[in-house]
Design a protein around this ligand. Structure first.
Ligand SMILES: c1cc2nc(N[C@H]3CCCNC3)c3c(n2n1)NCC3
Length: 326
């Protein structure tokens, strides 16, 4: 069957025939996102298991799928195998077949380590993997804009698992079209104020903020910004984020390296223009020389277990801040 060309995203072709011709869809729901659910499916020819995401057809769904598929040929981004445009109970749907992530979420994996200490060097390796995925996206002018713990999954349980980024529901192209428009012959950009030219990099900078928050949680087991008594996005929390108020409290941060704290300071800058770009992160020795980072045991495993009941609130606050930044 020939996959037809899709005018919306010329480089992405969606199969028009029914996904059930190629895959048996199981009832086993793997996960639920705000823009669709993920169920297990089995490829009929090979019997191999995959993850299927069902989205109602829309411009937003097509953008998500096109950007994810464009970016998915990276070792730390969930691979997209096939995309279908089907009608399902008379509703137009987009169905994405992806590799199935069977190793659970990043922080669940760390929490379940029990007695085996989680070290700063392991945190640095994890950050290197996440940053390489983000570097790949930003070099394609794609901003993910939803980098958070539940979108960082392991491919397999146990040591063979590879950490990957998923969920492109908020991703967007950042080569901002107005600059393209302004590059036409009649316009001489060098007289133009910077804010007119735009750099389209504000979206990318929210990915670097997320990286800073994930790195902070990896190193201590709790988030840098939290509201008093857990109410969602309290005024105090909003001003703290704007003021960038957070610390490296004793004793859990005392043994963390200066290089790690330096990188966090560069990522959790409230002014997006001052915040490190992913290029600068990939030049930071704590990331590129992660194998030389001290293997100091961290308080993370114990703290994640103690903060278990606050974890849901932390995720909600992460979401509220991402929403505010997008
Ligand atoms: C590929 C994609 C995917 N997404 C998943 N879950 C999503 C749900 C929405 C938030 N992000 C993660 C799960 C998976 N997979 N596998 N396996 C278990 C759960």
């Amino acid at each position: 069957v020939i996959a037809t060309r899709n005018p919306m995203f010329p480089e992405t072709t969606f199969h028009k025939y029914n996904v059930t011709q190629d895959y048996r869809i199981s009832r086993n729901v793997l996960g639920v996102g705000i823009n669709g659910k993920v169920v297990e499916c089995e490829q009929r020819t090979s019997g191999a298991k995959y993850a299927l995401k069902v989205l109602r057809d829309s411009v937003k769904a097509r953008r998500e799928v096109a950007l994810h598929k464009m970016a998915s040929n990276h070792p730390h981004i969930v691979r997209v195998l096939d995309v279908y445009e089907n009608t399902y109970n008379e509703v137009a749907c987009i169905l994405v077949v992806m590799e199935q992530m069977k190793g659970g979420e990043l922080f669940t994996r760390i929490q379940d380590r029990g007695q085996l200490a989680f070290t700063e060097r392991e945190a640095a390796k994890i950050m290197y993997e996440i940053c390489s995925a983000v570097n790949h996206l930003h070099s394609m002018n794609i901003a993910h804009r939803d980098i958070k713990p539940e979108n960082l999954l392991y491919s397999e349980p146990g040591q063979s698992g590879v950490l990957k980024l998923t969920d492109f529901g908020f991703a967007k192209k950042t080569d901002d079209n107005e600059t393209q428009g302004l590059n036409t012959a009649c316009f001489t950009p060098y007289y133009c104020a910077p804010e007119i030219l735009g750099t389209g990099s504000y979206d990318r900078s929210c990915d670097c903020w997320s990286i800073g928050v994930v790195m902070y949680i990896l190193l201590c087991g709790y988030p840098p910004f939290f509201s008093e008594h857990g109410e969602a996005m309290s005024p105090g929390m909003k001003s703290r984020i704007k003021s960038g108020k957070y610390g490296f409290p004793s004793p859990e941060w005392d043994s963390v390296s200066q290089a790690a704290k330096d990188l966090i300071r560069k990522l959790l800058r409230t002014d997006p223009n001052e915040r490190y770009t992913i290029k600068q992160v990939m030049d930071h020795k704590w990331i590129t020389h992660y194998h030389e980072v001290p293997a100091t045991p961290l308080a993370t495993v114990g703290m994640l277990a103690d903060q278990k009941q606050q974890w849901g609130e932390m995720q909600e606050e992460f979401d509220k801040t991402l929403t505010a930044m997008r």
